[in-house]
Design a protein around this ligand. Structure first.
Ligand SMILES: [Zn+2]
Length: 521
């Protein structure tokens, strides 16, 4: 290696690795020289297109293009730093803090149809902006360019984490494509100051931030009804499908809107701000025009309450932002299995605080008992078995090619398939249902089972059931990766296998059909 070249590149890079931005010391570190823009993308084989990196950074880079590899490395570092601090991190605010320090307000003064803004401490340079008035919504807004030091992230309207799909945007922006839609923000003028609260467009902002852009075009709503923006933004992602929200984000917003509705209901009916003496049905009744939406918000609040429950140990194994392959379960799978089987879909007629103090409130029980069930599943199948470094992506393909995969890991990934988990959860439901039947409670609807308190004996049986189901040899048999696990099946596929021991074509999958009594022995 040309040491003079290495030395000069290290000097240009201020002594830091191009990818990870940590110190680079040729006397200790193994060093690579690589093209910043890959040759395949038209990058020149010229020292101006060279960068020095740690050897391990270059070997494990996340993209052949070092500019993208460097941005993704930064993204991963922020993810590691913030992921433990909340459900939807890292968010735009985290990136702004990391790259621009703590945000400041801009200066703002409005007249009838003009807004004057400035960027303190530079108070001399005032910019005059025309105010656009929106006839139907009555909202006022301006368009302006804002340096990142003045951008705040509105976590309430936009609770989303920045996901790995910024990779696509990084490529897009690096190849010279412009940003098509401007980011959206709102702000309230107070004492000639305004905080620019960004609530839409964070992926576009973050990917450009990572590429070194320091200011962004923004549409700024002035003194808006923020709840109206929250609803508009939520509808855009749900009913109108303008924005591709992932499902867990929709749930999060729905849960927020549920509490907005509760506040509005309390105010309209002259209740105090902590009153819980009314029912879900009262709310649905009151907001008659939005009956379906409110019913969904109620359910979203339950879903979010379970997923982000502090004792939900399954959460670490659930991927929220689409499937990336690091984690075995997708949020979607949780919705289509446990949630679809166990959550009550219809609004309750009992007051929200019914038997709350006695720990016998139906919704509370539903949440806490599903969290406990998730804990058993996590303990039996995932914790200490699933290996994040091996991952779930194309695992069956790897097994087919003869790669060694630890049994516990293979089991966890196979059980995480929606069609498998759904049928395992059916046995859970059948066991709980049978328990209540034997107690003389006939006629309990399936989606109300978890609203009744399970005695400890039932929990012991559930643990045994899940352990026995997870010990079936089919989950660790590598020779089934081409056949049974070679493709995705419908729910009925595993129903038939469990009930008969064979699949539809008569192939033997289990030694014998499953039987609930044997499964709890
Ligand atoms: Zn490095």
């Amino acid at each position: 290696m040309d040491m003079a070249l290495v030395e000069s590149l290290i000097a240009i890079q201020m002594g830091r690795c191009f990818i990870c931005d940590e110190a680079l010391d040729p006397s200790i570190d193994e060093i690579h020289i690589d093209h910043v823009i890959p040759r395949a993308k038209g990058g020149k084989d010229d020292p101006n297109n060279y960068a020095v990196t740690h050897a391990h950074c270059n070997l494990h880079k996340l993209d052949a293009d070092l500019r993208i590899a460097r941005s993704l490395s930064r993204y991963e570092r922020l993810k590691d730093r913030y992921a433990s601090q909340g459900p939807n991190r890292p968010n735009l605010g985290d990136f702004l803090t990391d790259l621009g320090g703590s945000p400041r307000p801009i200066g703002a003064m409005r007249s009838q149809d003009e807004l004057m803004v400035w960027f303190p401490p530079d108070d001399a340079k005032k910019i005059r902006l025309p105010i656009y008035h929106d006839k139907l919504s009555n909202m006022d807004s301006v368009f302006l360019t804002v340096p990142l030091e003045y951008l705040h992230h509105d976590q309430r309207i936009n609770p989303r984490a920045v996901g790995p799909r910024i990779r696509g945007l990084l490529n897009e922006f690096l190849s010279g494509k412009p940003q098509l839609h401007v980011a959206l923000a709102w702000g309230v003028i107070e004492d000639n100051k305004l905080q620019v609260q960004v609530f839409d467009g964070q992926h576009k902002l973050v990917s450009q931030l990572l590429l070194g852009v320091r200011q962004f075009p923004i549409r700024l709503f002035l003194n808006p009804d923020v709840n109206l923006l929250l609803e508009a933004n939520t509808h855009a992602g749900t009913t109108l499908r303008q924005i591709a929200f992932d499902q867990s984000t929709q749930r999060f917003l729905g849960s927020q809107l549920y509490w907005e509705k509760i506040d509005a209901f309390r105010e309209a009916t002259g209740r105090s701000s902590n009153d819980l003496g009314f029912s879900e049905q009262d709310l649905v009744q009151y907001f008659r025009g939005e009956r379906r939406e409110v019913a969904r918000y109620i359910l979203d609040d339950v879903r979010i309450g379970i997923i982000h429950h502090p004792e939900n140990t399954l959460k670490d194994y659930i991927e929220f932002s689409g499937r990336e392959g690091d984690k075995p379960l997708s949020y979607n799978t949780i919705e289509k299995t446990a949630f679809s089987l166990f959550l009550r879909k219809t609004p309750l007629g009992l007051p929200l605080n019914y038997k709350l103090e006695l720990d016998e409130n139906p919704r509370q029980l539903e949440k806490e008992q599903i969290v406990r069930l998730f804990g058993i599943l996590a303990q039996t199948v995932y914790i200490g078995h699933y290996d994040f470094d091996v991952g779930a992506n194309k695992l069956e393909e790897r097994v087919r090619k003869g790669h060694p995969v630890p049994e516990g890991h293979l089991r966890a990934v196979r059980i995480s398939r929606e069609e498998v988990l759904f049928n395992l959860m059916r046995y859970v439901r059948d066991l709980v249902r049978r328990h209540f039947l034997m107690q003389g409670h006939a006629g309990v609807e399936d989606d109300e089972l978890f609203e009744r308190k399970f005695p400890e004996e039932l929990w012991a049986l559930l643990e045994r059931l899940i352990r026995n189901l997870s010990q079936l040899p089919v989950w660790v048999n590598p020779s089934l990766s081409g056949s049974v696990f070679g493709s995705t099946h419908d729910h009925d596929y595993w129903k038939i296998v469990f009930e008969t021991g064979q699949d539809r074509l008569g192939t033997k999958v289990l030694a014998r059909p499953l039987n609930l009594d044997e499964l709890i022995r």
